[in-house]
Every structure is written in structure tokens, then in C-alpha cells.
Design a protein around this ligand. Structure first.
Ligand SMILES: *Cc1c(COP(=O)(O)O)cnc(C)c1O
Length: 428
């Protein structure tokens, strides 16, 4: 089934470290060979061997309208003929900024970058420059990109590969990153008390997606907001996953929580390399060239990236029903999975918010990294491969959320539920 992928993977390892350009793609945690993709359209991806998969990764989030969404593809083609980069400002960048500001709450000014990593790294620098404090608080299992400050108890690939301390991150940098368990407000209060007047920012995934899908418990985000208000700490909501996915205005809108700074990536670029960070003018005005907190990018605001993101966001803005459809489709999947998992007799937990969902083989609620890690992740590996074989492409790790796109049909979901039923019969 995967002969060509196996050959390509062997060849890739000769010239690319581990054969991949981003670690979780390597399937290292689930074993086996990564599937090399050739094309994708709507909800389906096609690999080098000609296999078709129903896609529940959607490029780790961006393809919320499905792959090769025609208006985005056309706009990129049209824009490319006028040059692919200027290194000078364009009207398109203003239109993109205005569109973002019109869709999300609490953003007066927004700076475009080329990845979610850059967005989070820059937001932290800005928070430090603004407050004059050095330390940040992040949560175990949350992933904010691969900048040094965030590679402490991080989620996603760092969790998947069980890397405790990342070589290359200096102790000095690591010491400025304090960590707490997700959903543990008392631990945050204690840390803040211990480090009074030293903390620049609290950064969090408002709905975590890098240790499976983890939902904030009632009062948790509200509690963080209150602590930040009381202590003059910058509250950064990392909406790289949730932005433009959980609602037009992301988790800020959906969960009704205000961020001081917010970071974006994934959906915001329509599948092109884009990130952004923004917030209130009072803070954002410290960014260069307005202020002295330096931040720059040769390809930031790149015209191809901007037009792809612009068309994507505009479509989402003008079709609010998309979010309702995505929610309904995901709830339908949730219900179907629930039925076949229940019938199988194996302990399980399904976490879902909007179009983010994940399955953990666990007999206890999964509310943070420790509870995600103590699930039966060996069984997840088997489940992953059994599904892959049946043409369903899930994230190759229990430490990742699944993403739905609105190109999925009810039939696709039914196929997925049936595949789960058969997979469970095979692996249990
Ligand atoms: C993916 C992700 C990032 C990093 O974005 P990149 O574009 O991969 O650099 C940061 N934060 C969260 C929450 C993410 O899911």
C-alpha cells in the first residue's frame, strides 16, 4: 500500500534530517513510514502510491475550508504575476490588517510575520519590553512554536518524543520560563506570589491542541485574566490554532475572554506561511519602528501569503454559517465515535470544542498534560495505523488535536466512524 512512500522516505533520509522538515511528520511515535503526499482537494489527500485519505489534520489546522480551496488558489496565481515579494509596503497588507481587526476582539494594531513561532516569540519579547520583567509562565503540554523560551515542558512533537530538556536551550533562558499544569489556577497563583514583580507574561493556548484537545475548565481562563489584571502581567492568548477556527474572533470571542496580546498562525495564512500578533495600541505601540522593541522580517506581509490569508478570512467573515456547520459536523463525529468506543468496552475520553476533537484511551478525564500522558498511548498507535490502512488520516500522535474542515460530508464522517469500529475490533 505504501511502497512509493517507503522509497521516498529512504531517499529523504539521505538529504533531510530524519527525512522530514518538521518532526511530527516522521511518524516516529506511532512507528512505520510517513505517507508522502502528492495532492489534496477538499477533505481528501492523495499520496504518492495513489491512496486516498480523509484528512483530519488539514495541514495542522489551516485548511478549514478544505484543500486547494479554489478562490485561494486563483488569488495566489493572479497575485504571483505582479511579483512574489517587494520588501516594501503594499495596500494588500493594510487590507489584511483591517480585515483581521474587523474580525477579532481587542486588537487595535496587528503585525504580520511568517509563522506561529515568530508570532509567539515576538509577543513574548514585546511583553518583556513593555513590562520590564523577564519571566513568563506557560503551561505543561502547551506548544507555542520552537523559540527557545517555549521549549520547556512543551507539547506537540516535544511531548510526542518525550524530550525533557531540549539541548541547545540555555539554562538562563529556561530559568525564565515557569510552568504550571493546565487548568490548575492555584499553581499559577502560587508561582505569581513566589515571583512577585518578575513576571512579564502568561501565555496559554485558550483551548489546548498540542496534547490532544484539552478544554479549559470553567473559571480557569477567567482566573488567569484576573491574576494578570491584578499583577500587571500581559495575558497572551496563543490563538495560532484556535484563531479563526473556533469562531471568527477565535477563542476570545467563543469563550468571551479578553487577551492583552493575541498570536495567530495556521488558518490566518490560508495554507501559506503566515503568523501575526496584535493587541491594544498601548502595548503594540512599543514595537519598532513605533517603539524600541525590535521585530522584523524580510518576507513579512509577503503578497502571496497575504492574498491567501485575505481570501480565506474574508470567506469566513462573510459565511458565519461555516462555524455552525463545522460544529455540527464535529458533534456528529463525536456522537458516532462515542457509540463505537462505548460498544468496544475499552476506556476512552473524547474531548471536543468546536471543530477541534481528540480521542484518548483513558479511564480518567483528560484535563492536562499528565492525564493525557497517562492514557494508553500504545493503543492509540495501533488505532492510528488501523485507521490509516482504512483511508483515514489522523494526527500521528495522541498529543495532537484533530481538525475538521467544512469540505467533509456526513458520508465521510460515517466512513470514519465505521473505520473506527473495524479498527477497534482489529486492535483490541
Ligand atoms: C502550530 C502552533 C504554533 C507554531 O506555529 P508554527 O507556524 O508551526 O511556527 C504556535 N502555537 C500553537 C498553539 C500552535 O498550535
Amino acid at each position: 500500500m505504501f511502497e512509493k512512500s517507503i522509497n521516498l522516505f529512504n531517499r529523504a533520509q539521505q538529504s533531510i534530517p530524519g527525512g522530514v522538515n518538521s518532526p511530527v511528520r516522521a511518524f516516529k511515535s506511532v512507528g512505520g513510514t510517513p505517507v508522502f503526499m502528492k495532492s489534496a482537494k477538499g477533505a481528501y489527500m492523495y499520496d504518492a502510491d495513489g491512496n486516498r485519505f480523509i484528512d483530519y489534520i488539514n495541514s495542522w489546522g489551516p485548511m478549514i475550508l478544505g484543500h486547494a480551496y479554489e478562490p485561494v488558489v486563483k488569488a495566489i496565481q493572479e497575485t504571483a504575476q505582479y511579483s512574489t515579494s517587494f520588501g516594501a509596503p503594499t495596500e494588500l497588507e493594510i487590507e489584511m490588517a483591517e480585515l483581521i481587526i474587523s474580525m477579532v476582539p481587542n486588537v487595535d494594531l496587528v503585525r504580520m510575520v511568517s509563522s506561529g513561532t515568530e508570532a509567539c516569540m515576538s509577543a513574548i519579547r514585546l511583553a518583556r519590553g513593555f513590562t520590564g520583567h523577564n519571566k513568563i509562565i506557560k503551561f505543561e503540554g502547551c506548544y507555542h512554536g520552537h523559540a527557545d523560551s517555549f521549549l520547556v515542558k512543551a507539547g506537540s512533537g516535544v511531548a510526542t518524543f518525550n524530550i525533557q530538556t531540549v539541548p541547545g536551550v540555555t539554562a538562563g533562558v529556561a530559568n525564565d520560563t515557569l510552568t504550571c499544569a493546565y487548568n490548575d489556577l492555584d499553581a499559577v497563583k502560587q508561582l505569581v506570589a513566589e515571583h512577585h514583580g518578575e513576571i512579564a507574561a502568561i501565555i496559554i493556548e485558550p483551548v489546548a491542541g498540542n496534547m490532544g484537545c484539552i478544554i479549559p475548565q470553567p473559571g480557569f481562563l477567567e482566573g488567569l485574566r484576573a491574576i494578570c489584571d491584578m499583577q500587571g502581567i500581559v495575558f497572551i492568548m496563543d490563538e495560532v490554532m484556535t484563531g479563526f477556527r473556533l469562531a471568527q474572533g477565535g477563542a476570545q470571542e467563543r469563550l468571551n475572554i479578553k487577551a492583552d496580546l493575541v498570536t495567530y498562525g495556521k488558518v490566518i495564512g490560508g495554507g501559506m506561511p503566515v503568523g501575526a500578533f496584535g493587541g491594544k495600541k498601548e502595548i503594540m505601540q512599543h514595537i519598532s519602528p513605533l517603539g524600541n522593541v525590535y521585530q522584523a522580517g524580510t518576507l513579512s506581509g509577503n503578497p502571496l501569503a497575504m492574498i491567501a490569508g485575505y481570501v480565506m478570512l474574508k470567506t469566513l467573515k462573510e459565511n458565519a454559517a461555516i462555524y455552525k456547520q463545522l460544529d455540527e459536523m464535529t458533534s456528529y463525529l463525536h456522537k458516532g465515535l462515542n457509540e463505537v468506543l462505548k460498544a468496544s468496552g475499552t476506556p476512552y475520553v473524547i474531548n471536543q470544542l468546536g471543530s477541534m476533537i481528540s480521542v484518548h484511551f483513558s479511564d480518567h478525564p483528560v484535563i492536562n498534560f499528565a492525564t493525557a500522558a497517562s492514557a494508553n498511548n500504545e493503543l492509540f498507535k495501533k488505532y492510528f495505523h488501523a485507521m490509516l490502512k482504512r483511508g483515514v488520516y489522523l494526527p500521528p500522535s495522541a498529543f495532537e488535536t484533530w481538525f475538521l474542515c467544512n469540505a467533509l460530508t456526513k458520508e465521510d464522517i460515517d466512513v470514519t466512524i465505521q473505520a473506527t469500529k473495524e479498527s477497534l475490533q482489529e486492535i483490541l
